[in-house]
Write a protein of this length. Sequence first.
Length: 266
Amino acid sequence: MMVVSDLMREIPELYPDDLVTKARKYLREDSFREIFVKNREGNLVGYVDLSDAILVNDTKSNLEVRTFLRDAPFVHSEDSIEEALLQIRDAQTDSAAVCSDTGELIGAVQLAALFPVIMSRQQPEGLVSEYMTEQVVTCNPDDPLHAVYSTITESGFDALPVEEGGSILGMISRKDLITHGHIRRSIEAKHKTPVEYVMVTPAIITFRNDTIGDAAQAMMRYDVSRLPVIESDGQIAGIISRQDILSALELPGVVHAQKSEKYETS
């Protein structure tokens, strides 16, 4: 039976007295939204979130990582996949730290890696309409890349629908924006390059009456973290994410609950 150590990733070394600019560099270059922090003895002390690190401006660049520490979800290397998902779900993060029995930080495990495993073990019941978020943060095709990147960073969402007149045109993800060097340079220079030039089309979508199992399969097939929920007339009705689907799974000591009428805010 697969356990946490089978999916664990190495992570950069980050200490409380490091400057937050170091955390920002790591977060800009990798797919992690959280960087886990250890003390000089090697023990986990917390994590730094992408939103906090990226929003630090140049005049505050001498701030230390300890200023932004949050309590970190963690598991041990031989814990179950279900236990790791429970920690991630409850913390509303994209990853969990992996520690030794003595508390030493030895790596991290990401929701993106855990998700296919749990979906091979469970067949959650329910419709997309029961778990989706009904109000959605979107962007427009003519929005400049640097503005869209700021929205993704500040909102904490991995990807945004690109829409016009309420209809879906495509999707843009943080991964799309940080993978290519010329796009990163455009963002850093605050060029007026519009998002329509780099958005992914067509968007991978789902509908209200689709099952969450079908939505999960689409996420895995196309390696995306969120699906816009589309009405029959093409209008955006909501969005469903991997995190939403976690609420439909049977995790240790948890009775799953529907997440309808949950709202995002811009």
